[in-house]
Design a protein around this ligand. Sequence first.
Ligand SMILES: Nc1ncnc2c1ncn2[C@@H]1O[C@H](COP(=O)(O)OP(=O)(O)OP(=O)(O)O)[C@@H](O)[C@H]1O
Length: 698
Amino acid sequence: MTVTPDTPLTQFPGVGEVRAKKLSHLGLNTAGDLLTYYPRDYEDRRQVYAIRQAPEGVRVCVRAMVAQRPRLSRIRKGLDLVQVPVVDQGGTLHLAFFNQSYVERALLPGEDYVFYGQVERQGNRLSMTNPVFERADRQDVTGRIVPVYPLTAGISGHLLAGLVRQALPCARGLADTLPQSIRQAHHLAAAEFALTAIHFPPDDRALDLARRRLAFEELFYLAVGLAFLKRRRTTLSTGCPIPALPVEQFAALLPFTPTDAQRRTMEEAARDMACGRPMNRLVQGDVGSGKTVVAAYAGWLAVQGGFQAAMMAPTEVLAEQHFRTLSALLSPAGVRVGLLTGAMTAAQKRKVHADLAAGDIDFVVGTHALLSQGVAFRRLALIITDEQHRFGVEQRSALAEKSAAGGMPSPHVLVMSATPIPRTLALILYGDLDVSVIDQLPPRRTPISTYVIREDKRQRMYQFVRRQVGEGRQVYIVCPAVEEDPEAALPGEESPALTLKAVKSYAQRLQREVFPDLTVDILHGKMRPREKDAAMRAFSQGKTQVLVATTVIEVGVDVPNATLMIIENADRFGLSQLHQLRGRVGRGEHPSFCVLLTATRNPDSMARLRTLASTTDGFQISREDLKLRGPGDFFGRRQHGLPQMKLSDLAADMPLLYEAQAAAEELLSRDPELSETENRPVLARVRRLFEDTGNSLN
Ligand SMILES: Nc1ncnc2c1ncn2[C@@H]1O[C@H](COP(=O)(O)OP(=O)(O)OP(=O)(O)O)[C@@H](O)[C@H]1O
C-alpha cells in the first residue's frame, strides 16, 4: 500500500468499519490525521533486563526464552488463563495471561522474547501478569521509547502505534510548511524528522528536537493568525476620552468596601478610558472575586461622561441578574439601566430599541439580542462582555460597529473572564488586551469543602441537604440532562450505571419522595424565559430551598445564601466547568460545600475530580484542565476563536511562545500579506487552522 496523507484509514489492514468509526471519534480519518495524533506521554522501555536483575514492582522489559509450550486453562466461564514459564541463564519467570488465549499459540518454545510488565515476587518465585511482548529481534513495543496515545474504548495503544507506524512513510516528501529561513533562524528540525521522532523517538534528544519543532510550529501559526485578527480589529483606533472620576465617589454607592484588587482594577480601567485610545482590557478573576462591581464602575464612568454603555451576558438568567444588580446599584445615582433579551416581547424590544437610539437608556444589559439588526445606539462608548470566550471576537466587533454607526469613535472594551486562564494563554487568546487580575476574594469568605462521593452515600447526602436547609441555607443540585428520562432512577434503586440524572424527572421525584416538606424547583435552558426568570428570582429571594438545574447556572449566578452545591454525574463535566459550578456557593459568609457524585471507575475521571477536591484555586485548576484537554476543548471549540492546539502545553511553553510570536511578527513585518512564494504555505496553513473557529481569516 502506498500511503499518502489522504489515504483513508479504512484502507489500512485490520481497520474495518467498526474500528474506523471508533478511530473517527478520535478525529482520525486519514493517514495524515495519524501523523499529527501526538502521543500524550511516553514509556521508556529502553532498558532490557535479565530476569534476576529486573527491578520488582515497576513495569520493565525482561528478555527471556519460552521454556515450554504455553498451557491454556479455563478458570470459569468467561475467564481463560494462559501460563508459561520463561527462562534465562539466571532464573525463571512465570507468566500469566488472562483472557488472551491467542498467547497459547503466539509464544513459541525455544524462542527469545522481550516481555514488558511488572515483576512480582512471592518467596523465590518471580511472576509477571499480562505482559506486552514481542520477539527479541523486533523493537516495536519493547527496548525503546514507546508512545502512549490518548485512547478510546476498543482502540488499544498497541493498535494505534501500529497504525501510526504504517502511516509514517507519508511524512516523507511532505512539503515543510515552515519557511526555511525561520527553521534556520530558530534551529528547528525538518517536518519529516519531527513527525517521525515525535511518535517513535530513538532517544531523548530526538524527542526534544521533535517536540520543539512541532510546538513551535503550532504556536507560530497561532501567532500569525492572531496578528491578522488583531490588525483587522485595530483598524478603527481613536477612542473617546472619558474623564476618570475617583473610585471613592463610586464606592459610596456600594453596600461594601471594594477590595484592593477591585480598586486597582477599577483604576486601571479608568486610566484606559481617559487616555484617548480605546480601552481593550481583560478583567480576570476567580469565581466570586467580584468582577461585576468593576463593570458597574466602568459603566458608571461612561454614563457620567455623557455616553452609553452596553454589557453582554452569555445567558438570559445572567443578563437578568446583572440587570437587577446594576439597577439596584446605579439607579439611585440617576443611571437609567435597561434590559434587552431575545425573550422579551416584540413590543418590549421595540421600546428598548427606541430608548437606546434616543439615548434614554444609559446602560443596557443584554444577551445576543444586543447584536440584532434593530439595535442602534446614540452614544455607545463602552462595551462590556461577560465571559468573552463565549462570544468570540467577531461578536465583540459587531457591537463595536454599532457604535461606529452612531458616528462614535472605537468604543472601549472591557472583557470579564470568570475562567482563570494561565497567563500564557491569556497572552495569546487576548493578544492585544491589557490584563487586570482580581487576585483577592472579598473578606469573610470561608473556603468551600469539596467531597467526591459514590451512590452509597446518597442518603447521607440528602440528610446533609436537610441540615443545610434547616439552618436557613439553600441548595443547588446540578444534573447533566434536561429531558424526562424514564430510566432515571432514584438512589438505591437498580439503575443502569450510566443513567444521567435528568432535571425534570429527578426534581419531581425528589419533591415527592425525598423532600416533600421542602420547596424544590427547577431551572434549565429549555424553559421559557419568563419561567426561568421566575425560578431564578424565587431562588435568589430565598423562596426555593432546593434548585435542581442544568449548567445554565454555571456562570455568574450569585445567590450568597446558597451554601451547598451537589453535582450529579460529576464526571460528565470538565474541570473548569465544575469549578465554575462550585463557585455558585461560597459567595457569602456561611461555610459552603460542594458534593461531586459519580459512578465512574475511570481513573482519569477520578483523578480530575480529586484535583477539584484538593484545591479551590481556579488558576491551578485551569492549568490542570488545559493539560488534560488542550485549550481547544478547554473553551469549547468555535466559541473562543482559537484553534485546537495539539502539542504545545501553553502553560509550560512560555519561552517558546515568545519565540514563536517574535518569529511571526518578524515574518509579517517583512511580508505583511504573506504573498511571497516561500510564505504562501504559511498563509494557507493559518487559514486552515482558523477555519473551524468562527474567526475566518479569509
Ligand atoms: N468587596 C466586596 N466585599 C464584599 N462582598 C463583595 C465585594 N465584592 C463583591 N462582593 C459580593 O461578592 C459576590 C460575588 O461578586 P460577583 O458576582 O461580582 O462575582 P464574580 O467575580 O462575577 O463571580 P463569578 O465569576 O462567579 O460570576 C456578590 O454577592 C457581590 O455582591
